[in-house]
Design a protein around this ligand. Structure first.
Ligand code: ATR
Length: 276
């Protein structure tokens, strides 16, 4: 049996086992995907268990995504740029790591708004943390020419913008409302608007109809940001799809089958997430 895992601390809340469990059953594979609670100081010892053959690979989540990177034998260019790894696997006796968050973000956007990149000249990104880095990386890779970062901590937005160079810039929060009116794509990468968190404070009055508004928050499924965007004629893109799509490359590596994000899988996850 091929055993896989998600390591995090805590890890009980992770929905990844539902996704991979669904695909294992769908493809009739002899495999497992287990939650393993691994605090940062136990990551190195856990990696030895993979090297010894106990597991084929797995996912890495908070707070281990950065800590695992220097402990691997091979890290993809994308993961290196992210400074974080979310997917690991054994290949030719070596432990490999990749980061599939940007892939997941783009794949879901492609699915929901085909051709979005051809009509996205300017994007507004809210936030400047790890999720923002993945989103900016994805947008740059698809040729979005102008990416503007707005964040509570302006210095953090400036640092992230500097990492990417020309085409990515930081602006103050006071400019957000005006930037809403000139952006083709708006992405919330902060945790604001998530159940139990403060609301995202963004004035959408100037939103042009047809503007794509993507929220990586998926609890609730329709955040206040997405509901208001929809009411104003925007194209809302929810965060659940990114979670589902980022899981595809890992499953394919571990089990040798490229799985699909089907309506049945989505429904399975939606079943225990509040709509609003
Ligand atoms: P992740 O890896 O999920 O992106 P992170 O690196 O902790 O997590 O980043 C969280 C993002 O949400 C940051 O942009 C953070 O703003 P700061 O850089 O100013 O901390 C933003 N964020 C979190 N809580 C916030 C709040 N209450 N108000 C405004 N922004 C918030």
């Amino acid at each position: 049996m091929t055993r896989c895992f998600i390591i995090g601390h805590p890890v009980a809340h992770s929905r990844s086992p539902i996704i991979h469990g669904h695909w294992l059953a769908e493809h009739g594979l002899d495999g497992s995907y287990e939650r393993v609670d691994v605090p940062p100081d136990a990551v190195a010892a856990f990696l030895d268990r993979i090297r010894s053959g106990e597991f084929a690979g797995g996912n890495v989540t908070v707070p281990n995504k950065e800590a695992v990177l220097p402990l691997l034998d091979h890290v993809s260019e994308t993961a290196r740029r992210m400074g974080a790894v979310n997917t690991i696997w054994m290949e030719d006796g070596k432990l490999h790591g990749d980061n599939t968050d940007a892939f997941g973000f783009l794949a879901h956007l492609d699915d929901r708004v085909p051709g979005w990149d051809a009509r996205t000249a300017s994007a507004l990104i809210l936030g400047a943390g790890g999720a923002a880095r993945a989103v900016v990386h994805g947008l740059v890779s698809r040729g979005v020419g102008r990416i503007i970062l707005v964040n509570r901590s302006m210095a953090r937005a400036e640092d992230l913008a500097a990492e990417f160079g020309a085409g990515v810039e930081a602006r103050g929060r006071s400019e957000a409302a005006a930037l809403v009116a000139t952006s083709d794509l708006i992405v919330n990468t902060t945790s604001l608007g998530m159940q139990g968190q403060p609301p995202l404070d963004l004035d959408l009055t100037g939103l042009r109809p047809g503007t794509i508004v993507d929220d990586i928050v998926y609890v609730p499924l329709e955040t206040a940001l997405l509901a208001e965007a929809r009411a104003r004629g925007g194209l809302p893109v929810d965060g659940l799809g990114m979670l589902l799509h980022q899981a595809i490359p890992g499953f394919e590596r571990w089990f040798g089958v490229r799985p699909e994000v089907t309506p049945a899988l989505r429904a399975r996850l939606e079943a225990d997430i509040p709509l609003r």
